[in-house]
Design a protein. Sequence first.
Length: 108
Amino acid sequence: MMTNKELVPKCLNTTEAICLNAAGYFTPCCWFDAESNRKEDPWIEGFFDPSLNIDNHADPATIIEGEYWNKFMTLLKTEPQGAPKTCWRLCSGKITNKHIGPEIRIHF
């Protein structure tokens, strides 16, 4: 998405929590769970692949540390122009509470 704003993903730059929805899917933020956002972008829809459902994993960390999540986080870091429109709508501009820490901010 072309914009004159900077993409500053809260999922990478703050202590925002990862979302686990009622159906058992983790997403980087709660906004991805909205049906309209899922249909808007294949990256968002990918988080709802049945293979990423918590019921299919003994350890939830295997989802968040897995290939799909890593590819998405790499996209945000290295090719932000390819990030979903939802990211640009909700995470563009500056964040004052920056915290760049471990990639995974969830503890089981």
